[in-house]
Design a protein around this ligand. Structure first.
Ligand code: SF4
Ligand code: SF4
Length: 295
């Protein structure tokens, strides 16, 4: 099988995980051919790939043209990482008008003659057809290995998952607890659910696959880096649902909880603000946070 690995606008973290697969990677490149991977090999053109792993977001016309080219030349395209699947942290750029972002970062003369930016940050499948998704910021190595094993053997690549909570081996503390709390407000009790301890933990709304490494392995709340679980994309309001659960855990009113979170876009949609399914113009959509087009 011919494999291509391509980055659009990204931190290259997903490709670093790919390179970290060590023993599995040696076998993979021994039995297959990596035909295009500008980050790791000096090959300028792609002729054809059976499988293309595309990391990052489309931020400008140059990225769009690269994405379209890869779609034309690859039999199967995988959105690799949360940027490609849901827009990732780069989706937060939609909080501000583009001219303001560019000016504040690079000054008045920045990008003269450079590629034109896209009007709206969006996931990869808003620009080209995508055959499978592997979200994660970055995807855990074990998950990527399992995904690649399935991909090269031709198995079905996508799956509907459960949530991070389903993988989190914690018990509930007595209620009520203080909150809403963040990492800077102290730490939870080992082995106790962070959300029920008053912390803003997005585990109930985030897709599984990471083994709940943050809450159960490190004692820190889930920030949602694997992106929204399938059912959340379809109908849940992440902010309202989390506030409701925190209200129960803390014995406080939901409105009070909401009022004490001054940065809801960063808190609840850090990795998925660009996801159009969450943008619906209804109470609970992300549209109110998006100012880029004057919405
Ligand atoms: S700590 Fe977070 S991820 Fe774990 S069960 Fe509680 S809400 Fe879910
Ligand atoms: S627990 Fe949440 S933030 Fe941590 S790796 Fe898993 S999905 Fe990402």
């Amino acid at each position: 099988m011919d494999i291509a690995l391509l980055s659009l606008s990204s931190c290259l973290g997903c490709q670093m995980v790919f390179l970290s697969l060590e023993e599995y990677l040696y076998g993979l490149i021994g039995e297959n051919r990596v035909v295009y991977a500008p980050f790791i090999m000096d090959r300028k053109e792609l002729d054809h790939a059976d499988l293309a792993l595309v990391e990052g977001t489309v931020r400008n016309t140059e990225h769009f043209l690269r994405a379209r080219e890869i779609r034309e030349k690859a039999d199967r395209v995988v959105a690799l990482g949360t940027c490609a699947c849901f827009g990732g942290v780069q989706g937060l750029a939609d909080l501000y008008p583009e001219y303001r972002l560019i000016k504040s970062r690079f000054g008045d003369t920045a990008f003269e003659g450079g590629p034109q930016g896209v009007k709206r940050l969006l996931p990869l499948d808003s620009f080209i057809r995508v055959d499978a998704y592997l979200p994660g910021c970055p995807p855990p190595a074990a998950l990527m290995e399992g995904f690649l094993r399935a991909a090269v053997s031709g198995d079905r690549l996508s799956r509907e998952g459960a949530t991070v909570c389903a993988e989190c081996p914690v018990t509930s503390p007595p209620l009520p607890q203080p909150g809403p709390r963040r990492l800077t407000d102290g730490s939870g009790e080992p082995g106790k659910c962070l959300l029920e301890s008053g912390f803003i933990c997005l585990g109930p709304l985030t897709r599984d696959g990471c083994g709940a490494i943050c809450p159960s392995g490190m004692g820190v709340p889930c920030r949602g880096c694997r992106g929204p679980a399938g059912r959340v994309l379809e109908r849940a309001d992440v902010e309202a649902e989390t506030s409701r659960r925190l209200a129960r855990a803390t014995g406080r009113k939901e409105e009070e909880i909401r009022a004490e979170v001054p940065d809801p876009a960063h808190t609840y949609y850090l990795f998925c603000l660009a996801e159009p399914l969450l943008r619906r113009r209804r109470s609970g959509g992300t549209s109110p946070y998006l100012h880029r087009l004057g919405e």
